[in-house]
Ligand binder design. Structure first.
Ligand code: KG4
Ligand code: ZN
Length: 344
């Protein structure tokens, strides 16, 4: 059988990225141009600025991905692109670039859901086994996704308010850490102790999550200390927040593992880079659920990149997912249940 070569483009938030994959998981190139240095001065992603920088960088990023992969556009089998969810202006740039290339070189267009990309990043380290449970934790998402089979997605639980990454970035901001705060809270927490009592999140459904109460509890704690002119130890607060947030993440995950008994569980999304979460999954969960294999994506593939879209795009391509030239960015895109539903 001949090789399948896919070019993937990702521009859903503040990373302009392109990658080339051969036969699903052999990554021939993976180029990411990050805008973090620009947005950190604003303490968060400014959508208008993000889309303008995507426009400036997208051609060079795609060129470089093809060059490093030593692939010509005519060698490609398909062009995959993140259609959503994400920032509309940012997504639009990637979708237009993909449509232009697909038209110019007469190649099939494969729209990909960003979260499917995060989940399939795990295929870069191991062969995925189904049924599979994915804990998706990023700046915009906190979800438990059940995959009965390849390219079949069912959302079991989701956050009722903030995503865990968003809450971590906010806590980082009030602790006066650089943007995006998640990784700095992670580092600071290592030097602290879990000693401050914070509000435990509550949800009605045991597979759902909630982080806004916990986030507010951190803000109120700092506010109270300032009003009473009491000092507090930032490392202890970072550690107390993180332990509480991760507990909130793992309780519904345990319930889902008990109820659904998957063969494999994977972590997905930017927060999968969290060192304490990785430790808790590797040590505690894998001991409690010895018959499940636990997979954690490589650090380089946790945060947004196009290699993950290339892997998911290759699987989608095999499942017959196609987009035509009427394809548009879908900022609120749903994770489709099966390949039929994702056909454009
Ligand atoms: O997946 P991603 O790159 O973008 C979205 O799709 O949202 O995730 C970005 C999120 C940010 O909130 C960032 O602070 C968080 O992932 N993050 C972390 C760590 N590294 C990145 N959060 C906690 N600990 C980390 N080590
Ligand atoms: Zn992401």
């Amino acid at each position: 059988m001949s090789d399948t070569i896919i070019l993937a483009i990702e521009s859903s938030c503040d990373e302009t990225a392109a990658a080339v994959a051969r036969n699903d998981t052999e990554i021939l190139s993976n180029i990411v141009s990050s805008q973090i240095d620009v947005h950190k001065d604003f303490g968060g992603v400014v959508p208008e600025v993000a889309s303008r920088i995507h426009v400036e960088n997208i051609s060079a990023v795609i060129d470089e991905a093809l060059k490093q992969a030593n692939v010509k556009p005519s060698d490609l089998d398909a062009i995959a692109v993140t259609q959503g969810p994400g920032l509309i202006g940012s997504l639009h740039v990637g979708v237009q670039a993909a449509k232009t290339l697909a038209w110019a070189f007469s190649k099939p267009l494969v729209p990909v859901h960003h979260i499917a990309g995060h989940i399939y990043a795990n295929a870069l380290v191991t062969k995925l086994e189904f049924p599979l449970l994915a804990l998706v934790v990023s700046g915009g998402h906190t979800e438990l996704v059940y995959m009965k089979d390849e390219w079949s997605f069912e959302i079991l639980g989701t956050t009722q308010d903030d995503a865990i990454g968003e809450a971590g970035d906010k806590v980082g901001r009030v602790l006066k850490l650089p943007y995006p705060g998640g990784v700095y809270v992670d580092r600071l927490a290592k030097q602290g102790k879990n000693i401050y009592p914070l509000a435990k999140p509550k949800t009605q459904n045991e597979l759902d999550f909630s982080f806004s109460g916990l986030k507010s509890s951190v803000l109120q704690f700092i506010d109270r200390c300032e009003r009473k002119q009491m000092s507090f130890e930032p490392a202890d607060l970072a550690c107390s927040y993180q332990e509480c947030a991760l507990q909130e993440l793992l309780d519904p995950t345990r319930s889902a593992l008990k109820q659904y008994r998957p063969k494999m569980m994977v972590l997905a999304g930017g927060v999968a880079a969290n060192s304490r979460l990785r430790e808790l999954v590797e040590q505690d969960l894998s001991r409690e659920f010895a018959d499940v294999s636990f997979v954690i994506p490589p650090l380089s593939c946790c945060t947004d990149n196009a290699a993950m879209i290339a892997v998911a795009g290759s699987v989608a391509y095999r499942h017959g997912v196609r987009g035509d030239f009427s394809l548009t960015a879908d900022p609120g895109m749903e994770l489709c249940v099966d390949s039929e539903a994702s056909n454009q």
